[in-house]
Ligand binder design. Structure first.
Ligand SMILES: C[S@@+](CC[C@H](N)C(=O)[O-])C[C@H]1O[C@@H](n2cnc3c(N)ncnc32)[C@H](O)[C@@H]1O
Length: 269
């Protein structure tokens, strides 16, 4: 197969930046090339030019989405960065709200949304919050969203879920499904998923009490990060909690935030 030419690399990065805010500098050329190569070969194309021609077409038959999936990582797992869930538990236990609305704004396969749902269901059972709680998970990728709705996971991804929570909220697979678990129906009733591109204007979704925007800002350049964070924070009620990945540094935005802990903030009222 022909190597990825500089001009073709620039076409790919311009397309991805314009459509979904992904930002790749020159140093990412080997990564882009190695992630797309197996797909280009599988489609029987002799080079990247034909592939970019295909994904640039509005009728690319889902191939644009496939390219997005190949160029981003959907890695996630239950109760990732547990300090954020501990903070949420402390906050809600102190406030005892009758309703809680949470948004997992780059939900990937749904692990973050269902982790939150497990926590909220347990708090409700203990009388620390009311019954009107809900979680919305959104992502750009319809592949991960379809999987999130099914809510079936390899048990490895549930390694941070306590045995009590596993028993209460998950059905363990048997026979051919051994090693897999499905989130129970009762919990799934409180969780919805939908497709949303964070780089486009957001139709009114909130106000939410809590927003997770974790481990997605890494893909964006600084102006895109600022626009995305401000757009997402417009859906968070004043005083609400906002989480990004603990390794993602400072939050670039113009919305006033109070820093609580690494990756954890409160929207200033
Ligand atoms: C690494 S996962 C983060 C999952 C979860 N928040 C966590 O921290 O475990 C990043 C997700 O961001 C999604 N994503 C990338 N660009 C996006 C965009 N412009 N709009 C919405 N989601 C996007 C990807 O599809 C991927 O599922």
């Amino acid at each position: 197969m022909q190597p990825l030419r500089d001009e073709t690399f620039r076409r790919i990065t311009a397309l991805m930046h314009g459509a979904i805010g992904l930002s790749f500098n020159e140093s990412k050329k080997p990564l882009v090339s190695s992630r797309l190569a197996p797909r280009v070969q599988k489609l029987g194309m002799d080079g990247y030019d034909a592939y970019i021609d295909l994904i640039s077409r509005p009728d690319s038959g889902g191939e644009f989405q496939m390219a997005v999936d190949l160029l981003t990582t959907n890695e996630t797992y239950f109760f990732r960065e547990p300090a954020h869930f501990d903070m949420l538990e402390r906050e809600l236990s102190a406030l005892k709200p009758s309703s809680v609305a949470v948004w997992s704004a780059a939900s990937s396969f749904g692990d973050e949304a269902y982790s939150t749902a497990m926590l909220l269901a347990d708090l409700q059972a203990q009388g620390r919050i009311g019954s009107a709680w809900s979680v919305l998970g959104t992502d750009i990728s319809d592949r991960v969203l379809r999987s999130a709705i099914e809510a079936i996971y390899p048990e490895e991804r549930l390694r941070n879920v306590s045995p009590t929570r596993m028993r209460r909220h998950c059905l363990r697979g048997e026979g051919r499904s051994e090693g897999m678990a499905q989130v129970g129906q009762e919990l799934r009733r409180h969780v919805r998923f939908g497709q949303l591109n964070l780089c486009r204007p957001i139709e009114k979704l909130g106000p939410f009490d809590v927003v997770f925007l974790r481990n997605v800002l890494i893909y964006f350049d600084v102006p895109t990060k600022v626009a995305v964070v401000d757009r997402v924070l417009a859906e968070l009620r004043p005083g609400g909690l906002f989480f990004i990945g603990t390794a993602e540094g400072r939050v670039p935005c113009s919305t006033p935030l109070q820093t609580l802990a690494p990756g954890a903030f409160r929207k200033v009222a």
